[in-house]
Design a binder for this molecule. Structure first.
Ligand code: DX5
Ligand code: ZN
Length: 230
């Protein structure tokens, strides 16, 4: 049985206050969030436009935490170098946007970043079978990408279990990240299903007591898994 690693918290700055971004990033950093999730959208692959390498570099000046860049853009290979130079340490591309995925993953690693692949809610998990051993991260989208504040798609729990089984079967040490609608209400179930990185935007930056409380609430909820597992 694979040894479970502690669950990492990755606040998505899509839900942060863009007018006070550095302060929000420092707040989640000081609350112990291990990663900062940066949602890049191009208005083509997803119906929203957000941020790019300049914001990534600005976030990197506000924190030493790992910069986890989620590329919801067409032809992401065009921008890998720019995001790597901006400080991205994880670069996640969507399976749906990469006809030459094996080459794109190689490009990410040649840039010195960790390579992640995301799958949308209707993209079958088995499509990762022939690339999974090359990955440092698999991202299971539990909402349709494009916006924060959406509800968790319940079917995602089975998909998380399926990815966890796939990773364990090949002895992969890749991280299993879940992104979209993650809250303290479902964090224990998401972690128990096999996730070890939880992305949360609205649950963190929309928390009534502020982002630091949001991180702490999510961590406490996710740790309930450990108790349940014992
Ligand atoms: C959606 C993004 C998610 C989103 C998460 O396309 O990839 O990272 O910001 O936000 P919440 O946690 O509010 O669903
Ligand atoms: Zn994301």
């Amino acid at each position: 049985m694979r040894e479970r690693r502690p669950t990492l918290i990755a606040p998505s700055i899509l839900s942060a206050d863009f007018g006070a971004l550095a302060g929000d990033v420092r707040a989640v950093d000081e609350a112990g969030a291990e990663w900062i999730h940066i949602d890049v959208m191009d208005g083509h692959f997803v119906p929203n436009i957000t941020m790019g390498p300049a914001i990534t570099a600005a976030v990197g000046r506000a924190t030493d935490r790992l910069l986890d860049v989620h590329l919801m853009i067409e032809a992401p290979e065009r921008y890998l170098e720019a995001f790597a130079e901006a400080g991205a340490q994880v670069l996640t591309v969507h399976w749906e946007t990469c006809p030459h995925l094996h080459r794109t993953v190689q490009q990410i690693r040649e840039l010195g970043a960790r390579a992640g692949v995301a799958i949308n809610p209707a993209t079958p998990v088995h499509l990762l079978r022939d690339i999974v051993e090359e990955l440092d991260l698999v991202l299971v989208m539990s909402v349709n990408p494009g916006f924060g504040g959406q509800s968790f798609i319940g079917r995602s729990l089975d998909r998380i279990r399926e990815v966890r089984a796939m990773l364990d079967n090949v002895g992969s040490s890749a991280r299993l990240q879940v992104d979209g609608g993650v809250t303290p209400d479902n964090a224990a179930a998401v972690a128990a299903a096999g996730a070890d990185v939880l992305v949360a935007g609205s649950a963190v930056f929309g928390h009534p007591d502020g982002p630091a409380a949001g991180v702490r609430a999510l961590r406490a909820a996710a740790s309930q898994t450990a108790l349940r597992r014992v």
